[in-house]
Ligand binder design. Structure first.
Ligand code: GLA
Length: 730
């Protein structure tokens, strides 16, 4: 039996590549690795028993093992710059990963390596590294899940203690890896409402660069919770060593990039420490959100493909389910609708072949009817003036037209002008004794309160039960936490309010999914202001922007494609920007396609064009795009056109989208990712009725090698022209 256990232990150790090393003069120390197919993090336990990171990067390049670890620095001190999870207060002077005040008032923490274990299950190797403070009964477990084939490592931290009373955690990062290069190029996805996910890249200079959000709720409005870090050169699609990280957290976050005097870079990533002091009681474990890391030495394109594959398998709800074509009424009517109007929209939805009719904001409120955004949130009863026969009637009308019915809710919010607020003013997050500050004329409900958590679940549960047959929910969230105090939490727990809010939101999301497993859900927050991988586990897609001008969407979708796969990004054809319908359709085709228009106001020809596009989407493109690898071939930031290409994983099919964003002639597009040994039939898709393709290769069979080496010349040179080209292996 003992032998068996020993053998199992050895297999685990061999699998993870743990090496025990005898270091001259310094006694025994161990070096061990966490590896994926191509990447590797190497750790070593120093003679001081602290855990150091020797390297993170290519598996081919084993880092040198220093003769002494920690290396001597100056004044007899040890060089601890590469400590894996550095803590404040006992010799570490740079940006720490952990900063706590212990029960006895000690502001210092020092973590020493205790042990680690590795387990493997279905292509995921989980390493748990135990660290402990020798002075206090205080422990930290660093957890790494290596998704071996995808070169993705998920990392989070568990913190617990058995001190005499609560420990105050000031900072408790999820991860804080160290990178070593001559220079570092940081890319963020930055913006604001209506101009999200703009790529901004800069070369890091010494000091701490902070990318963060302090918005609390709707926290990603100004910045997506992820970044790319390119070593030694500005990030490139196809070559170079690049890392990327994404925090699976819907709340405030911080990524602190500390470029030290030694030119080493540490990225401290996790919940934003600002306003998040957490008092951890003895015996409780605090689990940080996960940081998802990707590495590639083939540029950021490969990283995105890995993120997409990973998300589809592990972090996007039911990625195999075809995303329905929605007809949403928001931009078609805003708040201005009644039953007859909605039924007429349903007729249009049927005519073009939509799968779901999604009724947006404005359907509820009695005493304070929701006829604009100034009132009514919280009063989730049907406004009978607008909808005298209730939601069930609309479900029925949809069914009669072969369409599913979907509904918009914003369950975490309350308008001060609402019956809910009149009954429960203490249910909103607030700073007692201060004048109320509103955002979009609303407040955030306090999910720390058990009855509020129950209420938020019931908003969705009851809405779905009262209108049985409803198959789709758009869950919105449109205000920041401007006054993040809680009338429920004790005075000393006030700084928990936003942290525990997020844990509560995730609980409610999961409960809704469990209660309504067949209802599909869209994640929305004034567009994509909640777009993290933890939320997406419960959602089929997210609303990528309230800006549906297709010209702007080319850039927005380009930005989000760095992390999120195509079928997770809702992209709708609307009147926004009054762009040519073909251009609007072609842009929406590269996401989860939908329409937001009053079709009775469009010509027969336009309705036909939409119907044709939807048919094409469902029959040819939807499944292909949902499983394909994305190649960003030409960036709209650097070129007059944007070219993206999806290639089926078995390389038997591909689709290329070309969007002209400026007037200019360009040369041929050299395609990517095809099988050079195969021949592909080239077909231009989505041509308006009566027009012929002017693509030279249209209808021809061309070998993969020439498509990639010599390319094809898309017939467009004017802003707002677009071309969709399909390739099918013969
Ligand atoms: C937010 C969403 C929109 C729409 C409105 C309704 O702004 O992003 O799509 O649902 O709310 O008020």
């Amino acid at each position: 039996m003992t032998n068996l256990i020993l053998l199992a232990g050895m297999i685990l150790l061999m699998w993870s590549g743990v090496r025990a090393m005898a270091a001259e003069g310094e006694g025994q120390r161990s070096v061990f690795e966490i590896s994926t197919a191509r990447s590797m993090i190497t750790f070593a336990v120093g003679s001081d028993h602290r855990l150091y990171q020797l390297g993170y990067g290519s598996r081919q390049k084993k880092p040198e093992i220093p003769e002494k670890l920690p290396m001597p620095a100056y004044d007899g001190a040890a060089e601890r710059l590469s400590e894996v999870y550095p803590s404040f207060g006992n010799g570490y002077l740079l940006e720490p990963a952990l900063h706590v005040t212990h029960a006895d008032g000690d502001t210092s923490t020092d973590l020493k390596y205790v042990s680690h274990t590795v387990t493997e299950d279905a292509g995921i190797a989980t390493t748990r590294i135990e660290l402990k403070d020798p002075k206090h009964p205080f422990q930290v477990t660093l957890v790494y899940r290596a998704y071996v084939e995808l070169d993705i490592i998920e990392q989070f931290t568990e913190i617990r203690h058995d001190e005499s009373r609560a420990v105050t955690m000031h900072r408790y990062a999820s991860a804080s890896p160290v990178f070593r290069a001559k220079s570092y190029w940081l890319t963020q996805l930055q913006g604001y409402h209506m101009r999200e996910a703009g790529l901004v890249e800069e070369k890091l200079t010494p000091g701490v660069k902070l990318l963060d959000s302090k918005l609390g709720v709707r926290a990603h409005q100004i910045r997506t919770p992820g970044f790319f870090l390119s070593l030694d050169q500005s990030a490139n699609e196809e070559s170079g060593e690049v890392f990327a990280g994404s925090l699976a957290w819907a709340g405030s976050y911080a990524f602190a990039f500390d470029l030290d005097f030694n030119n080493g870079l540490r990225a401290v990533c996790g919940i934003n420490p600002h306003g998040s002091q957490y008092h951890l009681q003895p015996g409780r474990t605090f689990t940080t959100p996960a940081m998802i890391w990707a590495w590639s030495d083939r540029g950021k394109g490969q990283i995105s493909r890995n993120f997409h594959r990973w998300a589809r398998q592990y972090s996007l709800r039911e990625s195999h389910k075809p995303r329905p074509v929605l007809l949403n009424n928001w931009e078609a009517t805003f708040f201005n609708f009644d039953e007859a109007k909605l039924v007429s929209l349903l007729d249009g939805a049927r005519e073009i072949g939509s799968d779901v009719f999604l009724l947006d904001d404005g359907w509820f409120g009695r005493k304070y009817p929701r006829n604009d955004d100034r009132q009514g949130l919280g009063d989730w009863m049907v406004n009978e003036k607008k909808l005298p026969h209730g939601l069930s009637y609309l479900v029925e009308q949809s069914k009669q037209r072969g369409i599913d019915f979907g509904i918009w809710v914003e369950p975490e919010m309350v308008s001060p002008k609402s019956e809910l607020y009149e009954a429960h003013p203490d249910w909103a997050l607030q700073q007692t004794g201060r004048e109320m500050i509103l955002g979009r004329w609303q407040r955030v409900l306090d999910l720390n309160r058990p009855e509020v958590k129950e209420f938020v679940f019931n908003v969705i549960d009851k809405t779905l039960k009262d209108a049985p047959g409803t198959r789709y929910v758009k869950w919105d969230c449109n205000a920041y936490a401007l006054q993040p105090g809680s009338t429920w939490l004790k005075p000393e727990e006030q700084s928990h309010a936003l942290v525990d809010y997020q844990f509560a939101v995730y609980d409610v999301m999961r409960k809704v999914v469990e209660a309504h497993p067949d209802v599909m859900m869209m994640l929305c927050s004034s567009g994509p202001a909640r777009s993290d991988f933890a939320s997406l586990k419960n959602f089929h897609s997210f609303w990528a922007s309230d800006n549906t001008d297709p010209l702007k969407r080319v850039f927005i979708q380009w930005g989000f494609s760095h992390f999120y796969p195509a079928q997770s990004m809702n992209a709708h054809v609307t009147d926004f920007g009054h762009r040519p319908l073909k251009f609007a359709c072609d842009v929406a085709l590269s996401g989860a396609f939908g329409v937001d228009m009053d079709l009775s106001k469009r010509s027969d020809e336009e309705r036909k064009q939409l119907a044709k596009t939807i048919k094409l989407y469902k029959e040819v493109l939807r499944d292909l795009i949902a499983e394909a690898d994305l190649y960003r071939v030409e960036s709209p930031y650097d070129h007059p056109r944007s070219v993206i290409q999806y290639v089926a994983q078995d390389r038997t099919a591909s689709v290329v989208f070309v969007y002209q964003v400026k007037n200019a002639e360009s040369g041929p597009v050299c395609l990517k990712g095809l099988d050079s040994g195969r021949r592909y039939r080239v077909t231009e898709l989505n041509l308006p009725e009566g027009t012929k393709s002017s693509l030279k290769e249209n209808g021809q069979v061309v070998d993969g090698k020439s498509l990639m080496d010599s390319g094809i010349l898309p017939p467009c040179n004017q802003e707002l022209q677009s071309v969709v080209i399909h390739l099918r292996a013969e």
